[in-house]
Write a protein that binds this ligand. Structure first.
Ligand SMILES: Cc1cc2nc3c(=O)[nH]c(=O)nc-3n(C[C@H](O)[C@H](O)[C@H](O)COP(=O)(O)O)c2cc1C
Length: 336
């Protein structure tokens, strides 16, 4: 079964790859991922704060009084929370690149245009075949408009595209005022891929101890439909290739994402739960499904459930919404 796909200008034998995560921290695990057939290896991120922290500390020290500075410092993860500093990160890319023959995708994660983006060039020089730019942010300032937020992101993509020749994918959250328009802007700016979507880790509160609770829960398939909707809406409307991240746990989840328009399928939670060898299972199950349903290749079904040929996606979304509400069966007994 031909499962090949094009993603970020790369021809891959199939769409499954591990997403950015600590799975790449250990070279043995990286080799196990390749042995299980990973189509590419995505590095975990190098964060803007890791690169700029020294500048940041210096600036804050001169700007703020001692007490509030101490408080601000406590917001930052301690340096040992990050396994690798910027130089070690580049070394690790070289090591991963030497250990596997599949494409290696670096990852930069930040929110503001600036000198730290020079690391895009260094990541390319370290051997990465492509780069993810993760724009994880929450637009929390009442003084910043949606236009400001988007302009900032577009400027970052521009700077990175100017700095490197390798393809650049932008990893997005779903929380933009007009995501379709913003995606089109990123596409026009030269983003080679869009990755849908970052998960928002939502800390809880502990009222007894007056603490913020940060525990990372892995995803479930219930997070997939939001991604399916946006893959379906963007597929065929942007030149950039599309990847799904978030909520893919089975071959059927992957299949739905591909039918909605994904070119690549990234997996993290399921691999953390089941181990690298699960990649092989998912690939075999996908091939089996496609074969048993009479398709000759993956490309025959890719995008078949997208809204590309729908003349008015907005009307379609409204109709879907109304039909969904009507699908509730009024004869169902109410819980007492
Ligand atoms: C432990 C852990 C670490 C992660 N680290 C990164 C990271 O460094 N950069 C990044 O872009 N995403 C990171 N992610 C997010 C994943 O790449 C992925 O987008 C998210 O987990 C949703 O996919 P999933 O449902 O398959 O887990 C991390 C996720 C987990 C669980």
């Amino acid at each position: 079964m031909d499962l090949s796909t094009r993603y970020l200008g790369l021809t891959l034998p199939h769409p499954f790859m591990p997403g950015a995560s600590p799975l790449v921290d250990d070279l043995d695990t990286v080799r196990r991922l390749e042995d299980a057939g990973a189509a590419a290896i995505v590095m975990h991120s190098l964060f803007e704060e890791q690169i700029t922290r020294e500048d940041w500390f210096h600036m804050r020290a001169t700007e703020m009084n001692r007490e509030s500075f101490a408080e601000a410092l406590s917001f930052f993860p301690r340096s040992e929370s990050f396994a690798l500093g910027p130089d070690e990160y580049l070394d690790h890319i070289r090591r991963v690149k030497a250990a596997v023959s599949v494409p290696v995708i670096g990852s930069l994660n930040g929110t503001s245009p600036g000198g730290w983006l020079d690391y895009a060039r260094l990541i390319e020089a370290a051997g990465a075949d492509a780069l993810e730019l993760n724009l994880y942010t929450i637009a929390s300032s009442p003084d910043e408009s949606s236009q400001d937020v988007e302009d900032r992101a577009v400027e970052m993509v521009c700077l990175v595209k100017e700095a490197v020749r390798i393809p650049v994918a932008v990893k997005l959250s779903p929380f933009y005022t007009a995501l379709g328009h913003f995606a089109k802007r990123l596409d026009e700016t030269g983003a080679d891929g869009l990755i849908l979507f970052n998960r928002f880790y939502q800390p809880d509160l502990d009222p007894e101890n007056l603490e913020v609770l940060r525990s990372l829960a892995l995803s479930t398939s219930s997070e997939l439909p939001l991604r399916l909707r946006w893959l379906g809406l963007l597929s065929g409307r942007v030149r950039a290739s599309l990847a799904v991240t978030g909520g893919v746990h089975s071959h059927l989840d992957g299949l739905k994402a591909l039918m909605a328009g994904a070119d690549a399928v990234q997996l993290v939670s399921v691999l953390l739960k089941r181990g690298p060898s699960h990649l092989k299972t998912l690939r075999a199950e996908l091939a089996e499904w496609i074969d048993s349903h009479g398709y000759e290749s993956l490309s025959q079904l890719k995008g078949s459930l997208s809204l590309h040929s729908c003349p008015d996606p907005r009307a379609y979304e409204r109709a879907n919404y109304m039909l969904m509400l009507q699908s509730w069966n009024p004869t169902q007994k109410l819980a007492q």
